[in-house]
Design a protein around this ligand. Structure first.
Ligand code: PA5
Length: 445
């Protein structure tokens, strides 16, 4: 049997007590009841709770679609933003090759997560020379950033291959009925997958939103979902608070918030975790940051950022706690060689693997940050496999929901995201925004 991810709390003990953590974790079992009964805030968006079982019926279709696109093309551009982008990107980066250019596998590129003109121009320069497909993802089907990228890339692909041929290589993942993307897909006969009504964007990685791009990249989606299933069995109905890492994590971070630690920094010691941290930031930032509440989610890559952000974390404002994702084993080996003259004075490390050095850097950092007033939650991950990444996805999702309920907010909405959109639409003279445009121009003059 594979080892599960686990949580270690000894480095929060100088700041909050085990008794406090256990008391809040036990109290929070009521939030598990609320989630399972669907009686809490945002209960229309609880479909993600049972995705590890519900998605199994779609495995064949997703894998077949990935096979088709891989046989037709060598590259796929995945278009999406926020929850329609970050989950797939996180998993592909965690499981894939860290250094670009060392893979003969199907290449997955991303678009629609930025409006940067240079980015799209440079992407077009690349795909112009490639044999590519497009997967366009938008639950609402109306989000501006991916809609612009899709219009540009669709025109490019159609001018390269003709409309009919391009349509065979375009897959749309969107709402079952609503939105411009659904209408476009129907009109052009694109292959489609549905994002269920009851699954919000940032909780959708275990739907085709995440799983199709992951399968296109050549990773085993069944293994990822299996990991999520195991985590569901450990957390969803487990009222034994001490054995439920989601309750423990949610309780600990909220107690730290109450103790004045209002910023949580997600720490990884491998660049492979960079986008898992971005996904986590979105999950917690959009779920909790509302009504003047919430922990500010930030992220660093160590040891890289120990040479930049490390100073602030060690000695800046004492409002920080860290959540370390500690990966026990690396999948590849590099040893440090012995050199006769020891000119660089590294012979004391000769014979050691880089992972041993990295682990010592990690332990040294935890101790230093603890001494500097920074509590550290440690989430131990046996290895960065699909199975364990699947566990992490479900773990962070359910802990986020519990944590949102502890804060007494709706973890499944994001009303604040509309504010910038309204201004942008008014400034761009979008029909229907005439009144707002008048007001905003007065403000700017
Ligand atoms: O979590 C969310 O709901 C958001 O981040 C959305 O995923 C994001 O805004 C993209 O929305 P859509 O998929 O409708 O284009």
């Amino acid at each position: 049997m594979k080892e599960n991810i686990s949580i270690e709390l000894k480095n929060v003990e100088g700041f909050i007590s085990q008794e406090e953590i256990m008391a809040l974790a036990k109290k929070s079992t009521l939030h598990l009841d609320t989630l399972n009964a669907g009686t809490g805030q945002g209960s229309d968006f609880l479909g993600w709770l049972s995705l590890p079982e519900d998605i199994i019926a779609q495995f064949d279709d997703i894998e077949e679609c990935a096979r088709q696109l891989r046989s037709l093309s060598d590259t796929t551009v995945v278009i999406g933003i926020g929850g329609s982008y970050l989950g797939a990107k996180a998993v592909i980066e965690a499981l894939g090759n860290s250094v670009p250019g060392n893979s003969n596998d199907h290449t997955v590129l991303f678009a629609g997560h930025t409006i940067c003109e240079d980015y799209l121009a440079e992407l077009l320069e690349v795909v112009d020379k490639k044999n590519y497909s497009i997967v366009v993802i938008s639950k609402s089907g109306t989000t501006t950033e991916p809609a612009i990228a899709f219009r540009v890339l669709k025109n490019h692909l159609e001018s390269k291959l003709g409309k009919a041929e391009a349509a065979k290589r375009i897959v749309a993942i969107t709402d079952a009925k609503r939105g411009a993307l659904r209408s476009l897909a129907t009109a052009n006969g694109y292959k489609t997958f549905v994002i269920p009504d009851n699954v919000g964007g940032r909780f959708s990685v275990l739907t085709p939103v995440g799983l199709l791009p992951i399968a296109l990249s050549g990773f085993n989606i069944r293994e990822i979902v299996q990991g999520a299933q195991v985590m569901e069995s450990i957390t969803r109905n487990n009222k034994d608070a001490a054995a439920n890492p989601a309750l423990i994590y949610a309780a600990t971070r909220n107690l730290l918030l109450d103790a004045g630690k209002s910023t949580e920094i997600f720490v990884g010691f491998t660049p492979k975790l960079h986008f898992l941290a971005e996904w986590w930031k979105q999950l917690y930032g959009e779920s909790e940051g509302k009504e003047g509440k919430g922990i500010f989610p930030a992220a660093v890559d160590f040891t890289t950022d120990l040479h930049s952000m490390g100073q602030y974390i060690q000695e800046g404002q004492r409002i920080i706690f860290e959540t370390f994702l500690s990966v026990t084993t690396a999948s590849k080996k590099v040893g440090i060689p012995m050199e006769k003259d020891d000119a660089d004075q590294l012979n004391y490390l000769a014979g050691k693997r880089l992972t041993e050095v990295n682990h010592n850097a990690e332990t040294g950092t935890i101790l230093a940050h603890n001494d500097g007033g920074v509590p550290v939650i440690r989430i131990k991950v046996p290895e960065l496999s699909g199975y364990h990444v699947g566990q992490l996805i479900y773990f962070f999702e359910i802990a986020c929901a519990i944590s949102g309920y502890i804060l007494d907010v709706n973890p499944f909405d994001q009303p604040g995201v509309e504010a910038y959109k309204k201004n942008m639409f008014a400034l761009l003279n979008k029909p229907g925004f005439e009144e707002a445009a008048k007001k905003i121009r007065e403000r700017l003059n």
